[in-house]
Design a protein around this ligand. Structure first.
Ligand code: WTA
Length: 640
């Protein structure tokens, strides 16, 4: 049985969905035929959610970069693969055709080899949004090295933790990165991180900002010098390493409910099939269209929908170095007009922030090239949805509300542009292959159509997380233990009479701040390391732009200190230990925290206080000292 690679009608969706659930093996066997394999698989799917052990296309051999690059050289060599726009509107944009990108990836793959990188090595990439970031990612994949991209906003300490966890002996970075009117000293951050990572053998540094950097003899080399060396060696090709379907492709660290980020591991074949299938189907991508995903490649969205999804589809991906508000709040709209963007994919937080500038930045912008809009990363509120629909989509572009996670590799629940209807604030229907279930507090699967509870997934899909790097047990406890034989997402959801899913947000101790996942325990750990802090509790609360803000309750020991200064010092500590993205929006000093007799902090109460819902705090009788609550409520009135 053969199923269309790209679904073009509602009926086809229904057929594909049904088939994918009834017989996943036959379905994915058909879809996987659309890729370039060095050897086809022996078995489509083997799985066990207890261990967990999941294998897709076992026995298959391939290299994802041949699917992203080589196979498009025939017929599409001169199609733009990547269009890059600088932070600076006056700097000329760059276009890399498939031929050029292939050449550059091979060239840099040879640089990696010259520097001793071999298959299976972990390579940490900490760069700004320059084309060389995508090139570095693909060059790793070319030679079978496992890339681990770290978002440019993370601190030296965070990088060091990740380098240790992944035992990454190679680092690729830039001297600095331009963001708005700032130049961020990336190499300096790496230098600080590497003090505690003596196992790092080589650091390759790309020139971007040309701010002064310290280059350590024997360890640090310039990207450009290394390229020159391979040029003189004269061999521009780099054979793609033949990878096993289940070999790891990359590690991407993400926050969970414990203090330590997890290294989510994705596989070569399953991830490729999933990123590609979701890309062409959710956005209904058509050949020749320009796709603009505004995420950073440091997050999963950038991996799947700037690099791997569009490139495996032979598409044109627009990559932007800067920020939406520089030099003014019309920058995205300028880019859409400049490059005739057809599909625009961004986060609700960006929409809300741009909404706050009114429609003046839209004056003189045509936006007529747009065909499809998308959102990702957090629930979109109706007001932002309507603004986006009316002002950006001119009421004619479907909006795909795509729900997924780092662990899922690609989009899981979403309407499909022009095929299944979009409903404001509703992620809507599962992709083929995805069988969502909703479980109640007792852990039982709710069988009625209308349901509300915790969102789990019943069947494996090709892009599912394979393990957490170096600690498989953690993968099991985090995702597969809460509900037997189900993958637990950590999100809550509602299902309506038509089977549409509305995601209600995290049900664990993970915050979603401006679409970025941050664990409350991570922030607490950082705050607690500040001298003078005795204890802290962090919760999320509604924030107009960021979706969620970070609210920290802090017990501080030394009463003679100026608390306004202490507050700033705590922010600085969090910035140093995690990164500016994890800085609390509000810090309230308290003398005690609401704890149960077993010593557990009752976050439910703290969340309500942070939300100003102090009238209805629920049962506080199990607390050791209920008066603490009154004191916190009183103290809150003094907080901005
Ligand atoms: C949230 C980002 C509602 C959700 C791709 C999930 C969403 C977490 C949506 C994963 C959406 C993502 N509607 N919530 N359309 N998309 N989320 O790993 O809570 O950075 O669990 O992956 O973001 O965040 P992550």
């Amino acid at each position: 049985m053969s199923y269309p690679h790209q679904i073009s009608t509602r009926e086809q969706y229904d057929i594909a969905y049904q088939a994918s659930i009834e017989n996943p093996e036959a379905f994915w066997d058909s879809i996987a035929q659309n890729f370039l394999w060095k050897k086809k698989w022996d078995q489509v799917l083997k799985w066990d959610f207890v261990e967990p052990k999941i294998e897709w296309f076992a026995g298959g051999r391939l290299n994802i970069t041949e699917n992203c690059l080589d196979r498009h050289l025939e017929g599409h060599a001169n199609t733009p693969a990547l269009i890059w726009e600088s932070n600076d509107p006056d700097e000329h944009h760059r276009i890399l055709t498939y031929k050029e990108l292939h050449f550059k990836v091979c060239q840099f793959a040879n640089v990696l080899k010259n520097n001793g990188v071999i298959k299976g090595d972990r390579v940490c990439i900490y760069m700004g949004m320059v084309p060389e970031l995508a090139i570095a990612v693909l060059a790793c994949a070319r030679i079978g090295a496992i890339h681990s991209v770290i978002f440019g906003g993370f601190s030296a300490q965070s990088i060091s933790d990740r380098l240790h966890d992944a035992q990454a002996a190679f680092v690729i970075t830039c001297d600095g990165a331009f963001r708005g009117n700032k130049a961020i000293a990336l190499k300096e951050v790496i230098d600080d991180a590497l003090i505690s990572c003596q196992f790092v053998k080589r650091c390759i540094v790309l020139t971007r900002t040309r701010q002064p950097v310290s280059m350590i003899k024997g360890r640090d080399v310039w990207w450009e010098d290394e390229i020159r060396k391979v040029e003189t060696q004269g061999n521009p090709v780099c054979k793609a390493e033949e990878m096993d379907a289940e070999d790891p492709l990359f590690i991407l660290y993400t926050s969970g409910s414990t203090g330590k980020p997890k290294g989510v591991v994705h596989s070569c074949a399953g991830y490729m099939v999933w990123a590609n299938y979701t890309f062409i189907n959710v956005f209904n991508y058509q050949p020749g269209e320009v796709f603009f995903c505004t995420a950073d490649i440091g997050w999963i969205t950038g991996h799947s929908y700037i690099v791997y999804g569009p490139l495996t589809a032979g598409g044109t991906s627009l990559m932007f170095e800067g920020i939406p508000t520089y030099p003014d709040a019309g920058r995205f709209w300028d880019l859409i007009d400049k490059f005739k963007v057809n599909i625009f994919y961004t986060a609700p937080t960006a929409i809300r922030s741009l909404m706050s500038f009114g429609i003046e930045p839209l004056e003189g912008k045509s936006l007529e090239s747009l065909r499809v809009l998308g959102t990702v990363g957090e629930p979109i509120n109706e007001e932002a949805w309507h603004w986006y629909h009316k002002n950006i989509g001119k009421s004619r572009c479907p909006i795909v509300d795509t729900w997924w996670q780092t662990e899922t590799g690609g989009i899981m629940i979403s309407n499909m542009a022009g095929i299944t209807p979009g409903i404001p604030s509703v992620a809507s229907l599962p992709m083929p292959g995805i069988l969502p279930v909703i479980v109640d507090e007792k852990g039982e699967v709710i069988t009625t159509t209308v349901a509300s509870g915790n969102l789990c997934i019943k069947l494996p899909w090709p892009g599912i997380i394979r393990t957490t790097y170096g600690d498989h047990a953690r993968c099991r406890t985090n995702y597969f233990e809460a509900y037997p034989n189900l993958y637990f997402t950590g999100d809550g959801a509602l299902r309506d009479t038509n089977g549409n899913y509305r995601i209600t947000g995290r049900v664990d101790d993970v915050l979603n701040v401006s679409g970025h996942r941050i664990g409350t325990a991570e922030v607490e750990n950082a705050i607690n390391r500040h001298a003078g802090v005795i204890e802290s509790a962090v919760v999320g609360y509604s924030h107009e732009i960021k979706g969620q803000g970070i609210y920290a309750y802090v017990i501080y020991g030394e009463t003679t200190h100026d608390l306004n200064l202490v507050r700033q010092d705590i922010l600085q500590t969090v910035s140093r230990l995690i990164g500016a993205i994890a800085k609390p929006d509000t810090i309230q000093f308290v003398t005690g925290l609401p704890k149960t007799r077993s010593g557990k902090i009752m976050r439910r109460i703290l969340r309500k206080i942070a939300e100003n819902e102090t009238q209805n705090l629920g049962d506080t009788s199990t607390l050791i000292d209920p008066s603490v609550v009154d004191e916190i409520v009183k103290g809150k009135s003094g907080i901005k």
